[in-house]
Design a protein around this ligand. Structure first.
Ligand SMILES: Nc1nc2c(ncn2[C@@H]2O[C@H](COP(=O)(O)OP(=O)(O)OP(=O)(O)O)[C@@H](O)[C@H]2O)c(=O)[nH]1
Ligand SMILES: [Mg+2]
Length: 696
């Protein structure tokens, strides 16, 4: 059934790995009557973890979408992966949601991904809450977790639900907002049941309600006056106040539950339906025809515009484009404009989904999320409109890749097939990319971590039956010179008829780091006529493409042709090119050639307790620490410059130093000289790769 903009909620469930997101999602669908019975993650039959790779590993890898209906409101729920390797799907879910709930394990408390996700939501100014999971566990401690949250985020969570006893005594939750209790039934096998608040919890509930009323009163000045006057708020005032206060980020709601006991589901859904922000409260950012950023409000009364948030390939249904409608209404069997491709696209059927299961719909209103099947031109990030050309929604901003691997098909004839599979993988997961590095002659694939890369390659191996080899990618070293030099070379050949003749004298001099390359013609008096100078430049360029130390490209050199000689009959552009190439090499050999290595800018986020270990590992990697900051929540940020060669397996190293809790970002910064043993090793390794120069 279709829903209009004022009866839709989009909610992301995110959180640290294994905190119970998929289980919560599954049981919410059960509570909403969407599935006949909940399955466990272990069984491999949940709605969300349905791909072969998820079933095999028992973790979520892709975002899953489903919807629950409550009191006429459709709640779109996104279950997202917890491992940071799959952050791409978390980010797209955040973008499409107006509210996010972060799950926290009631035994463990705030973990590193909780902090990173909170920061991401804060950056988006997205209203958010916490869901404390696994309250049925022995060591579950709701109050302690709330303290932990308060401590780490400097935000006091306001309980909407309270647990009734942890562990074996767990009886269910109290809905503070509606002043009802929800009791576990049949040891958790059946759905929770509503009842009166047991006397022993009334005091605790009253205190929590007092706090909630304050939060609601904070929503607007008149409410605050009422509250001060009457000492309380009525149900309607509370409802309105909580909505307003949430839009202004004045409180962070907290929920308790035990999904596996079917507990803490209805009061949570009720809050989502009644209080969580409507799509109309947020919009999206777009670029206009002139490339200026502007906000587009979710509005059903404007012509159609929608954004493709995700692309997935399903074994049975083929290509599926997930879209969020921002304005207007998307209908099947219509023609739309794919603004990004400037192509007309025929929309066939449109669907809602419950995990893998698609349900055809007649329309999708602004604010809703749905799926278009088999739309050839649609890619993630594309904007579609009814015909308006100037509108372009901003692309998803994803983190830079941190892990790269060089890959090739064992059978050369399968390279094309591998290439196609990589294109598709990059289409499905925008944090994954691949390039053919012409310099190192390698296909390098990059992503967010070893786990992500391995899962993608395993999938290609299994589905396409391609045998592959992977290696650590080669580093893009450079060469340069350290002093001035000059050399001459005469290219002379006599072969029947025309001969070849050209003489070139070159001066070379070092330039500043990062200045690249400059060429100058300092010939006076026509020793080399102007028409041969392009040949000389080409020869120098060829010389620079492969330096004399280890055949890496040469940078930061100024080259000048200062003299030469030509022959009226035998000279040609080719003769001068060959002379210049050899003169350059000769000059370079005399100019104190050295190797340069790429230095990366590294930012590492670690829990304080690992700070020392991470620092000493970085100094062992020839890193230069630039600074260190406390970013709050017991997390430190370290900034350092580290040679690329030392970081090729850093995602693996950091994982082992920090038990998987650390994270980092890298970007190229500059080139720096290397010498001694390190340079010798590079030269030795390069010799093994050297490609024979084509004979001319
Ligand atoms: N006792 C108890 N265990 C739970 C509950 N919810 C989830 N679990 C268990 O916690 C483990 C992880 O659950 P998932 O639902 O897969 O967690 P997740 O957050 O989706 O995990 P990722 O997607 O890999 O990040 C599973 O073994 C679940 O059975 C709960 O309410 N109570
Ligand atoms: Mg999961």
């Amino acid at each position: 059934m279709s829903h209009n903009t004022n009866s839709i909620k989009n909610v992301s469930i995110a959180g640290h790995g294994g905190t119970g997101k998929t289980s919560l999602f599954e049981h919410l669908l059960f509570a909403g009557g969407v599935i006949p019975r909940p399955e466990t993650v272990d069984s491999g039959k949940t709605v969300a973890d349905s791909s072969p790779e998820e079933i095999e590993r028992k973790i979520s890898i892709h975002a899953a979408l489903a919807h629950v209906e409550l009191d006429g409101t459709k709640i779109n729920l996104f279950d997202t992966p917890g491992s940071s390797d799959f952050i791409g799907d978390v980010i797209l879910s955040f973008r499409a949601s107006e509210f996010a709930v972060l799950t926290v394990d009631a035994r463990v408390g705030v973990q590193i991904e909780t902090i990173k996700l909170w920061r991401n939501l804060e950056g988006r100014k997205k209203p958010r809450g916490f869901y404390i999971t696994k309250m049925d566990e022995e060591r579950a401690d709701f109050k302690k977790i709330l303290e932990d949250i308060k401590d780490k985020f400097k935000a006091e969570p306001v309980p909407i639900t309270l647990p009734m006893g942890p562990g074996a005594d767990y009886k269910g939750v109290i809905d503070v907002l509606n002043e009802r209790a929800w009791f576990v039934q049949d040891g958790g096998a059946a759905l929770e049941k509503e009842g009166d608040i047991p006397p022993e919890y009334r005091e605790e509930c009253a205190a929590a309600r007092e706090r909630l009323i304050e939060a609601a009163a904070d929503g607007d000045d008149t409410l605050m006056e009422h509250y001060i006057e009457k000492g309380s708020l009525d149900a309607k005032e509370m409802h309105d106040g909580l909505i307003e206060a949430m839009a202004d980020h004045k409180y962070v709601p907290a929920f308790a539950g035990a999904a596996l006991k079917n507990s803490g589901l209805f009061p949570f859904l009720k809050f989502l339906a009644d209080i969580a922000p409507l799509p109309g409260t947020a919009g999206d950012l777009a670029l206009d025809g002139e490339g200026r950023e502007h906000a587009v409000a979710v509005d059903p009364d404007k012509p159609l515009s929608a954004l493709v948030i995700k692309t997935a390939y399903d074994q049975f249904s083929g290509k599926l484009s997930w879209v969020k409608v921002i304005t207007g209404k998307l209908t099947p069997d219509t023609e739309v404009l794919n603004v990004s491709e400037n192509k007309k696209e025929r929309i066939g059927k449109i669907y809602l989904c419950v995990g893998k299961k698609l349900e055809e719909v007649r329309e999708l209103y602004a604010g809703d999320v749905g799926i278009i099947a088999k739309a050839a031109s649609l890619k993630t990030n594309d904007t579609i409109t009814a015909g308006e050309a100037g509108l372009n929604f901003l692309h998803l901003r994803l983190p830079e890749p941190v892990h790269s691997v060089a890959v090739n098909a064992v059978q050369k004839k399968e390279e094309d097939k591998l290439g196609e599979a990589l294109v598709r993988a990059a289409e499905e997961d925008r944090t994954f990319s691949y390039v053919f590095n012409t310099e190192t002659k390698e296909t390098v694939i990059s992503g967010m971590g070893e786990l992500q890369i391995n899962i993608i390659l395993d999938k290609i191996r299994q589905n396409q039956k391609i045998e592959m080899e992977t290696r650590i990618p080669r580093v893009a070293y450079r060469e340069t010179i350290s002093k001035k030099a000059s050399a001459e070379y005469t290219h002379k050949k006599q072969t029947g008829g025309h001969g070849q003749y050209g003489k070139v004298v070159l001066d070379i001099a070092p330039l500043g780091r990062g200045e690249g390359y400059k060429f100058e013609n300092r010939i006076f008096g026509g020793a080399v006529p102007k028409n041969y100078i392009p040949g000389v430049e080409k020869g120098v360029a060829e010389g620079m493409a492969r330096g004399t130390v280890a055949q890496y490209p040469v940078v930061d050199v100024e080259v000048a042709i200062v003299d030469g000689k030509y022959h009226p009959v035998d000279s040609s552009e080719l003769s001068f090119k060959l002379a210049a190439r050899n003169a350059f090499r000769e000059a370079m050999r005399q100019a104190g050639p050295t190797l340069l290595e790429p230095i990366m800018n590294l930012t590492v986020f670690v829990e304080d307790k690992y700070l020392g270990d991470v620092m000493s590992d970085l100094s062992g990697k020839r890193g230069k620490i630039l600074g260190q900051d406390d970013v709050g929540g017991g997390i430190a940020e370290i900034r350092a410059e580290v040679p690329h060669a030392e970081l090729l397996r850093y995602s693996i190293d950091l994982r082992s130093i920090t038990s998987g809790t650390g994270s980092f970002g890298v970007a190229f910064d500059h080139y720096a000289p290397i010498s001694g043993r390190i340079a010798e090793d590079v030269i030795k390794a390069a010799a093994a790769f050297q490609v024979k120069e084509e004979e001319e």
